[in-house]
Unconditional design. Structure first.
Length: 292
């Protein structure tokens, strides 16, 4: 009797659960459509404003000395962004992946401390990172692209650690145990089994960190400072980036400078999009190879 009563109650509750499920499915679908529509509207608006000024000359020339003048481009900002973010990536990726491997594979007190510091760094405002690098580096050696790369590397580091750690936790434990059962060392197992399996997720995490670094402005104001007059590729000197030039041109009251800022914004979006698509293709190819 009790079993039949319980089954009857569960049967009566089924339509309600199905109705709640249907309502939540519709709500989540509407939210998704709204977010995608908002993103497409932003991209379309930036493209419409940026295409008015974007052209071959914009990619090959530096800005004019007078911001009220028309013409010129952000060639120095494009070169500076590639150099500074490239150095920051080279500095942060090996350290970030190594720290994540230690957190997930070895654990211990040091791993717990690393996880705590990673959480703290993720929530730290980027301007604080710029001020930190300014006090330790710029105050002694002056403004430079290398100082900007160190600041961006510190911003990228916790993002890479957290993303890599989460992906490594998704690797099945059975793969590790099978490798260790064959007499393979833990280090070799990590290098040959764990990291290749998680390659796609790690690549995605790195690209998210690169996209974050590409759009940072505040820490670069205190480190790289910018150089709008010359195309500078030497990281030991002051350098401009796309984000710095977008900021400096957008806050002026001149329509010509603001037009260059829109074109720079569109260029930055295209660069990040190309890097993201390339990273996804590389990660997908890595999965195919490891599977073979």
């Amino acid at each position: 009797m009790a079993a039949s009563t319980s089954a009857s109650a569960a049967h009566r509750g089924l339509p309600r659960r199905m109705a709640v499920n249907a309502v939540m499915t519709v709500v989540l679908g509407l939210v998704t459509v709204g977010v995608v529509a908002l993103l497409l509207w932003i991209l379309a608006y930036v493209a419409r404003q940026g295409l008015k000024y974007l052209g071959p000359m914009f990619l090959t020339q530096t800005p004019p000395g007078d911001p009220s003048q028309a013409g010129g481009g952000f060639a120095n900002g494009i070169v500076g962004s590639v150099v500074i973010v490239g150095i920051a990536t080279a500095l942060s990726v090996p350290i970030g992946i190594a720290a994540a491997v230690h957190m997930v594979e070895y654990r211990g007190r040091l791993a717990r401390a690393c996880g705590f510091l990673t959480d703290v760094l993720i929530g730290l405002p980027s301007i604080v990172t710029g001020a930190f690098v300014y006090a330790l580096w710029v105050a002694h050696f002056g403004f430079s692209g290398l100082a900007g790369a160190v600041a961006l590397g510190l911003i990228m580091l916790p993002l890479i650690i957290r993303a890599t750690a989460e992906v490594l936790r998704l690797v099945p434990v059975e793969l590790r145990e099978a490798s260790l059962a064959l007499g393979v060392s833990r280090a070799r197992t990590i290098m040959a089994i764990v990291l290749p399996t998680a390659r796609s997720g790690i690549t995605t995490g790195v690209m998210l960190a690169v996209a974050r670094a590409m759009g940072e402005t505040a820490p670069l104001l205190l480190t790289a400072l910018g150089n709008d007059l010359f195309l500078e590729a030497n990281p030991a000197r002051r350098m401009s980036t796309l984000s710095l030039q977008i900021f400096s041109n957008a806050i002026t009251g001149f329509a010509t400078a603001q037009a260059r800022a829109w074109a720079g914004t569109l260029t930055l979006i295209v660069i990040v999009l190309v890097l993201s698509v390339g990273a996804r293709l590389v990660g997908r190819r890595g999965i195919v190879r490891s599977a073979r």
